[in-house]
Write a protein that binds this ligand. Sequence first.
Ligand code: CIR
Length: 255
Amino acid sequence: MPLIALTREISPAIARCELTHLERTPIDLEIARAQHAAYERTLAAAGCIVQRLEAAPDTPDSVFIEDIAIVFDEIAVITRPGAEARRAESPAVAEAVARHRPVRRIELPGTLDGGDVLRVGRTVFVGCSGRTNAAGIGQLRCTLRPLGYDVREVEVHGCLHLKSAMTAASDELLVMNPAWIPGADVTGFDVLEVHAEEAYGANVLRLGDRVLHAAAFPRTRERLEARGVRVESVDVSELAKAEGAVTCCSILIPV
Ligand code: CIR
């Protein structure tokens, strides 16, 4: 099945990005753009049709498109980002996903970031984090339950989003840093833990027969490969300074 990968241009204002757990350090825009272009080429090499949206004016975090919409087989959910400054990113992303799915929206008082939503088969893990509140999770559950999804809430502490702490390498295997999600109910799944010195190594992007993973975490990569996972490493070090990782730079839409 063809797979569209929506990506978004890096804003020239990325130096003013939201930061929660990291100190602000200079981001080299040219290097960041080169890394982003290489990321897009890796998506294309894995068979994706890459469609890059322009950054909206004055949206420093626009490259992190994952937070703005979540695409399921049946519908797409337009989020209401927990960081108010990021809500201006929504219109163009909503318009792009609406070409492929009926759209639902998270409404006030709910907040929800796509980085807090991990779908694995018919299970949807949702992080309760600094960005995603109980009302947002409740609205997502009401939307997904009638479609047959099992929505599991996960408390997130110490990192930005659920997917900083846990993603899936396959329908059976979760990659996680348990320190940030100690209470996660992962019943029914295998778990692979990140290497102790690679706290941010749990973020992988599934792409058919392989996963994308940040090059900064080679020891976690070894663990994934030891489990038979095919790993493509991409250097996203400049985007990591903005608290971004590999999942957050795309929205995948099977079409
Ligand atoms: C933010 O704080 O919103 C951005 N600087 C980083 C967002 C990263 N998003 C993600 O991992 N899903």
